[in-house]
Write a protein that binds this ligand. Structure first.
Ligand code: NDP
Ligand code: VSD
Length: 433
């Protein structure tokens, strides 16, 4: 039996499926050829032809089980070599396409998945809260960010309860807020209480407010205070105080409104944390933990109350121009000032607008500015996601933002080192004098 087919014929026969079929029908021939019948090219050892030499005429190849049966039509040795190599490449080249086919399939799946996510996106996003006619309680509503949040809600038709300690400041804020009324039914109620000291007091003032203005639709936990300084220089009591005001002062009002919200199967709870509640910074050993704590509270609570159609928002503002910041700046270490400057100083009305918008939409995260956006994506961890776009953005940007964050951390470390060296130098100079 002898065959030497032209290349044209080989191509004709050489469809992928046919080859596969032929491979299947020839078990062992490829892997264990009988040693006597191997065709070897004179220029090489076991050449591709040594494999080809065992296939059937259907594959358009030399076929012989015995060396003396093998006849090859006259070809020059160069022709022979290139022809056998192209044969070999042709027959085996479909494997090379496999990675591309797989990539195409994977890409198609990703595109289909993203499209599907966008299609179901409106189904998983909460329905926006209507502020017109809603009852909004703002703790810390007599000053700074809290007052601006109250104004923003009032401008959209809400009824407001302001909660803070100082009555004069409350009345002053009430007057300011009332200027933004959009109808003559709107009311601003003031209640003086310390949100951090006694739960029963907080519970009773919330009851009073609900009796006057109806059930609370949105609670804004904004009462808070800050204190910066080096760890060993901060008064020990200060650690306790900040946890009480910033953390417990948010737990108590929330605890007081949650039962009614669950009964009504609606509501919004807002916690005002800080960028210093996403990253620990020099000088904030007492303040940062009290703001980090709010995130833990918010995540746990959100998982509990989501089935009741209640949505939690945590806001992480940067430095904001308020009486609170002015007070804090009086004792702020130089390092803390220099590091905080990275994020700049915002105006409280801008911050309030963003916070209110996010709370109305039911977004879990609320950030301000480009640094705020990056910090939130970077620190999203296991926090709930309220829109598909947000989730996709986090997935895509996290690695990049971590890279950028490493540069920020490097520059913060160098600020701290330079300040330390400067202090030591001026101390040494003082001693010499
Ligand atoms: N300003 C900033 O740079 C940033 C601020 N934040 C956070 O935003 C929130 C508001 O800050 P800001 O506007 O600057 O602060 P302000 O000091 O300007 O206002 C604080 C408000 O909280 C009230 N308050 C404070 N302690 C209590 C208490 N124990 N019980 C009841 N009310 C209280 C104050 O009223 P009264 O004293 O009469 O009780 C006041 O109304 C704070 O939680 C702060 O940590 C977050 C990031 C940046
Ligand atoms: C990709 C990574 C980006 C990283 C950016 C980091 C920026 C850090 C700046 C932190 C500023 C902290 C402000 C605290 C404000 C505050 O809560 C007090 N003023 C309250 O009075």
């Amino acid at each position: 039996m002898q065959t030497a087919l032209s290349r044209g014929e080989r191509v004709q026969h050489g469809t992928l499926i046919r080859l596969l079929h032929i491979f299947d029908s020839l078990p062992n021939q490829r892997t264990t050829p009988p040693p006597t019948s191997v065709f070897r090219h004179p220029l090489s050892g076991p050449s591709p032809a040594s494999y080809l030499g065992y296939r059937t005429p259907e594959a358009g190849l030399l076929v012989s089980r015995r060396a003396n049966d093998c006849q090859i039509s006259p070809m020059s040795s160069e022709e022979g070599l290139s022809s056998t190599i192209t044969d070999w490449l042709f027959i085996n080249s479909w494997w090379l396409l496999l990675p591309f086919i797989m990539l195409l399939v994977i890409a198609a799946f990703i595109v289909a998945f993203v499209l599907l996510l966008y299609m179901i996106s409106p189904l998983i996003s909460p329905k926006p809260l209507k502020l017109n006619g809603a009852h909004v309680v703002v703790t810390g509503g007599s000053s700074g960010i809290g007052k601006c949040i109250a104004i923003e809600c009032y401008r959209q038709g809400a009824f407001i309860t302001l909660v803070a300690r100082n009555e004069a400041k409350l009345l002053q804020a009430k007057k300011e807020i009332e200027k933004f009324a959009i109808n003559d039914k709107q009311v601003v109620l003031c209640i003086s209480v310390d949100v951090s000291s006694d739960y029963s007091q907080v519970e009773s003032v919330i009851k009073q407010a609900q009796e006057k203005l109806g059930p609370v639709d949105m609670l804004v936990n904004c009462a808070g205070t800050s204190m910066s300084g080096k760890f060993e220089e901060v008064e020990v009591d200060c650690f306790k105080k900040l946890m009480e005001v910033n953390y417990l002062g948010s737990v108590y009002p929330t605890r007081a409104v949650i039962t009614t919200m669950k009964e009504r199967r609606m509501g919004r709870i807002m916690f005002v944390s800080s960028q210093a509640g996403q990253v620990g910074l020099f000088g904030y050993t007492a303040y940062s933990p009290s703001k980090f704590a709010l995130r833990g509270l918010a995540e746990s609570l959100q998982m509990e109350i989501k089935p009741y159609n209640i949505y939690v928002t945590v806001a992480y503002p940067p430095d904001t121009d308020t009486p609170g910041l002015a007070e804090e700046n009086k004792t702020k270490p130089l390092e803390t000032k220099l590091i905080s400057e990275t994020s700049g100083v915002c105006q409280p009305d801008q911050v309030a607008k963003i916070i209110v918008r996010d709370a109305v939409q039911g977004n879990f995260n609320s950030s301000v500015g480009p640094d705020g956006y990056m910090l939130s994506a970077l620190t999203c961890g296991m926090s709930p996601v309220t829109s598909i776009t947000e989730g996709l953005q986090q997935i895509i940007t996290m690695g990049l933002f971590r890279t950028i964050a490493l540069f920020y951390l490097g520059s913060f470390d160098s600020i701290v080192r330079r300040c330390m060296i400067q202090r030591e130098q001026s101390k040494a100079a003082d001693k010499r004098e």
